[in-house]
Design a protein around this ligand. Sequence first.
Ligand code: SAH
Ligand code: SF4
Length: 381
Amino acid sequence: MTTQQKVNLLGLSRPQMEEFFLNMGEKKFRAQQVLKWIHHHQADSFEQMTDVGKALRQKLSEVAEIRGPEVAHESISRDGTRKWVFELSGGGSVETVFIPDGRRGTLCVSSQVGCAVDCSFCSTGKQGFQRDMTSAEIIGQVWQASRAFGPRRNLGEHPITNVVMMGMGEPMLNYDNVLTAMRIMKDDLGYGIGKKRITLSTSGVIPKMDQLSQDLDVALAVSLHAPNDELRNELVPLNRKYPLKELMAACKRYSDNITHRHNTITMEYVMLRDVNDKPEHARQLVKLLNGIPVKVNLIPFNPFPHAGYERSRKSDILEFHKYLNDNGLLTTVRTTRGDDIDAACGQLVGQVQDRTRRSERWKQSIFHRSEQKTDNNTAQA
Ligand code: SAH
Ligand code: SF4
């Protein structure tokens, strides 16, 4: 047994894998073989890699491993949404959600254990920040979800067609690991998910938005939630560091910089009753977003215990929606999915116990199911 820590090959992008093999004195093409075994065939041992010679397999098992997060719990919602709680070998647990929608299947992936941004309406924020996830832990969620769907024949048939970095954590505050994981998602030797089908959602870390536009111009979603600084400071504390005027300029730069034609940025706006859902907020929003290629996604607030907020009334959501659309902002209302298994936006906390009881308790008191049937929409977290 070696005392040296084994390299987890699950978290290596193609160039990193090539470097790994070159450092071992092996040929570069080994990287391609191994990437395919890991991500196309979901292999978790070198023994399975039949086109790799026995001696090299032996050598690999001494210095490397393929270690994904452990499934601690899996639940399936009555609407088909699936949620996994993953136990991480590096400590802590996170949640990952799969949302089927016709031919599209969206996986909502976590990037940190907890979150330091501490938005006032988010249960992940309420649990505080524990640590960054490694690239292996981030891509490991895609790997494990793929394993749950069984072996695949080719890239086009895979049930995971889209990924949204909208699970637990602020992806821009764990930039390098998230970038590596997204590169593996996009790579044909990984999951072959095009960059327009990978969406990163951020609470507005401006320098990283600029960097991302250079590194990997995936689709961007920005958690706006308020049309003026006073309110946004309260809801998204990061606004004190990166206020709205600068954030809007950064969004404009991102959309100008990206190469593909779909340069629209999604503005996420959680609907909090009597907090940010009044006609004056809608008017301010139209002004604020003027000149930036955006679509607006209204997210009816998903309650959790001691949240201190309520979901907006259906009539207020509809009025808000109509005002934005009538004033030239393409706006949709996100359908709540997987709420019966606590898989909806902002409900992810990485816990296994006490879930059923907790769920039932607040569904009876706060949750208004009848308010959900607005219209369909993009993926959600
Ligand atoms: N940290 C990133 C991505 C994860 S959160 C970000 O904030 O953008 C994904 C989306 O869910 C964000 O827009 C977030 O603001 C929203 N969200 C958080 N808590 C929510 C809640 N309780 N109800 C509805 N949406 C929520
Ligand atoms: Fe963190 Fe996003 Fe939750 Fe804010 S909304 S606390 S940035 S996970």
